[in-house]
Design a protein around this ligand. Structure first.
Ligand code: C5P
Length: 193
């Protein structure tokens, strides 16, 4: 049986960094599920067709990291049919041997409710905005406003809203270095192996 790690949390909380580090440490596959929604939003046109016809190459566009792409992703992610079109791909990815790490908003609650480990990664709004602004070379105040707007939409939507699974372990990375956050996450995986 593959080992599945589900990592959720608001934008720029550190979940992607932790997911990548865990996948390297344990030799697991990694899927950044936000990229699926970013690619659907960036395609333009009918979002449901874009989701149904999504190709691996669509995830490699260089403009997917911007604040604008994040906003477009969060708008198409509120459409139940778009989410439904992406479920099977994510679930089969989660079953790849020897294990998989998926990060997003609904991995522990909807995509992989039986994951061996569920993490919910959070950090203060200001820390998240300054990390993301540095990463993409954008203005910190503009990034803060964009993150807040996106989190509010993601938490308020009817289908698969942003929230921790009941059995998720919350990791607050506000005061943690990347190394500390990764070390804690590694310990949690080892406890469950
Ligand atoms: O994780 P990232 O910030 O790249 O995600 C972009 C947007 O995609 C999120 O704001 C959210 O609306 C949507 N998303 C989602 N469910 C996921 C991953 C991302 O709704 N599992």
């Amino acid at each position: 049986m593959p080992f599945t790690i589900a990592i959720d949390g608001p934008a720029a909380s550190g979940k992607g960094t932790i997911a990548r580090a865990l996948s390297q440490r344990f030799g697991f596959h990694h899927l950044d599920t936000g990229l699926l929604y970013r690619a659907v939003g960036a395609k333009g046109g009918d979002p449901l067709s874009a989701a149904r016809e999504l190709q691996p190459g669509d995830l490699e566009r260089s403009d997917l990291r911007s604040n604008e792409a994040g906003q477009a992703a969060s708008r198409v992610a509120a459409i139940a049919e778009v989410r439904a079109a992406l479920v099977e791909f994510q679930r089969s990815f989660a079953r790849t041997e020897p294990g998989a790490v998926l990060d997003g908003r609904d991995i522990g609650t909807v995509i992989c409710p039986a994951a061996e480990l569920k993490l919910y990664v959070i950090a203060s709004d200001e820390v998240r905005a300054s990390r993301r602004a540095a990463e993409i070379g954008a203005d910190a105040a503009e990034t803060l406003a964009a993150l807040r707007e996106r989190d509010a939409r993601d938490a308020a939507r009817a289908t698969a809203p942003l929230r921790p699974a009941e059995d998720a372990v919350t990791l607050d990375t506000t005061e943690m270095s990347i190394d500390e956050a990764v070390a804690q996450a590694i310990r949690l995986v080892e406890q469950r192996q």
